[in-house]
Structure formats: C-alpha cells, structure tokens
Design a protein around this ligand. Sequence first.
Ligand code: EPZ
Length: 417
Amino acid sequence: MQKLEVSGANKLKGQINISGSKNASLPILAATLLSDKKVYLNNLPKVKDIETMINLLKSLGSITKFNKKNLIIDNYKQNKKFASYNLVKTMRAGILVLGPLLAKFGNAKVSLPGGCAIGTRPVDIHLKSLSKLGVKYKIIQGYVHATAPKGLIGSKIHFSKISVGATENLIIASTLAKGTTVLNNCAIEPEVKDLVNFLIKMGCNLKWVAKRSLKIVGVNQINETSYSVMFDRIEAGTYLIAAAVTEGNLKIKNVIPKIIQTEINILKKIGMKINTKKNEIHIIGNKKIKNINIKTSPYPGFPTDLQAQIMVLLCKGNKKSLIKEDIFENRFMHVAELNRMGAKISIKANKALVEGNTKFAAAELMATDLRASVSLILAALTTKGKSVINRIYHLDRGYENIEKKLKKVGAKIRRVN
Ligand code: EPZ
C-alpha cells in the first residue's frame, strides 16, 4: 500500500496548471456509447476513475486507444450490454452507462454501484426517471436488469431531488428516445453543461429552456466527434485553498474563473487577495483568516466536494465557523483525522462546528475518500513535522500528479511504498 509523506510548513509559491475534469469526463465517456462512429476526447485527466471507466467501456466492446493528445473511442463493434460489479463497485459513476445502453439497445444489465464512505449513494432517482421513458427494470442480485420493450419514448420528467448523476443518465438516455423529453429540476453543475455541449457536438438536439429545465428531441443520427473536456473546478478550488492555508502565492492556470465565482467570493471574504484573468486565478494568502459559516448545496452553491478542504482552512480562522453538509449524509470522515492533528471540530448531525486558531501537528493519518484525503494533505502542509497519509489510492482516483504539482510550488511531499 503506498503512502504519502508530507512535511510543511512552506508557503506554496508559483504556478499550477489545472487538469481536465474527472466529473465531466465520466459522463462524457459513458455518452460515447451512443455513437457507432469514432469519438476523439482531449484533456481527460490521467486519474484512476477515468482508467476504470475506459476499462468498463472496453468490457462493453468499445475499442479505445490513446494517441499523443486524444483518447480515440471506436464503437463500431460495441454490442455488449453487461456492466459488471467488479468494475462498477470501484467507480460508482459506472451506473452512467445504463442510460446510453438503453438508448442504443433497449436493454442493459448494469451492476448497482453500492455505497461508499460518504453515503449509501442510492440510484432510485435514476431508475424512477428512466421508467418514465418506458423502461421496465428489476433488481436481481445487485444488478439492474432494464428493458425498454417499445424503445425509449420521450416524456416530461421532474427530478424529485437535484441529482447530478440522475440528470446525466436521463440526458444521455433521452437523446435517442422517440419524440421530445423535458427534464425539470435538473442539476446544473458545469460538468452537466459540459456533457450537454458534448452531446450537441455529437449531433443531438438539446436546449436549456429554463435555469433547471432541458428540452431534448430524440435523434437517430450521431456524428463522428472530437471534444475537449472542461477544467476540473474541484482541483482548482483545492489548490486555491492550498495557497490560502499555507499563506502562499499561487497562479492557477487553465481555468474559467467565473465558473468558481462562489468559491472565489468565499475565499475573499475569509481574507485572501484574489485577482482573475481570462484563464487564470492569482491568489495571495493572508496570515489573518476570518471565520465564516458555510452550507454545501447544488451548483451554483458551495460544492460538497470542497467541504473537507475549506474545513482545514477554517480551522486556522480567528473564530468559530459552522459547516453544514447538505448533500451527503456522511461526509465528515476527515474530521476524526483532523482532530488527531490538533483540530477542535465537533459534529452534530450534518453540522460541524470548527474551533479556530488551530496549530496542526504532524501525525500518521488514514484517507477515507477522495476529498477527505486531500484535506489531510492540506493540513499536513501547514505544520513542520512529517505526516504520513495511508490509503492514498483514494487520492489517485481524482487528482492527477498531485505530488508533482505540489512539489513544483515548494511542498515537501513524496510517495513511499
Ligand atoms: C456527483 O455524484 C459527483 N460525482 C460527486 O463527486 C459530487 O459530490 C456529487 O455529484 C454532488 O455534486 C461525479 O460526478 C462522478 P448526486 P452523484 O446524485 O451524481 C442523493 C467526487 O468527489 N441521490 O448529485 O452521485 C445522493 O445520495 C464525487 O468527485 C438519491 O437520493 O451525486 C446525494 O445525497 C463525490 N438518489 C444527493 O442525492 C439518487 O438516485 C446528491 O447526489 C441519486 C442521488
């Protein structure tokens, strides 16, 4: 099992280039199943989850190969409809192949993803909404057996709860359905918008008709397509917080600042100096960190995927801060580890009360999920001693070259077996 050794307390200085978005790449990769033509995808991040999704596509019969810049996916022979548990269990977004397989073949057998450290992660909204397109499904031994005897038929669907994955699954499924589908109460995360832009490029007919409403008219022709995936806004937010927590001075490149305006505004309120250019954010940390209360919510609110990271920063605030986790039922797994480093964080239901003025102390730590692991790195970067972070396979699922990027801006970090 690999570990990370991290010794602070250098101020991070320099420039970090942001990679492509994991959470935009995953639904876009699933959507390539709709096509029987070649798809060229650029700017995919080299992270474990993307590798797993590509393996899942290959298990379904896709032919994939990397040339220097692009992943080329050819589905002219793709005809399998079975997504196995051993691939879907490690990467929950595997459920996103259900929509395209039903759209293309009218039947599919896809493993339920199961839960993870942050919650039970049900897919009831995906399944209930698909049944509105004429899908019949049964759950047998952990697999969804789904069929659409008359093919998918366009319909009007209102999501009972804002769900990124359910929105993405239904968008993809509706693109080949007969007639028109209107999806209401959609998630509007930038990654959902990136998926829509990709599908339009593939020749599908989609239009945002209101803030959270999308109209999709089924097509039966898909073009050969090339597409470059958007930047990873959670990676960008993570490095902004890394600069803030180490009183550093970082330039974050390959980003669209307005997409993370909520995060930028909050960091400014906490006391950071931030200037933005077209594709760059320049942040200068501040010794004095103000406290602030934060609630995670669907986009454009503060993202749950940055909750663990901002918690580390607020530990160094001048007063108490309250963080409310409104998206997942168990996303405070990082708190116990941060408290072992000297933080004083108490949890009551989905609220964490964070004492300020924490001086973190180095410790041996355990990562539990992707974003919790990176919050441990942030805390370790602020303290002189050497911390050791175990189970960093969580980290490798979603952060491309994190040690290299951090080392380049002055962090003392190395991976040991
Ligand atoms: C996506 O997960 C992201 N993953 C998550 O990022 C992110 O935290 C989440 O959206 C929220 O923004 C990918 O895009 C691959 P949801 P998803 O459906 O789609 C409940 C990361 O760290 N729900 O919007 O699974 C669900 O339990 C990951 O990169 C149902 O009840 O999230 C949760 O409480 C972690 N029934 C809430 O809705 C359903 O059928 C939001 O989940 C679906 C979801």
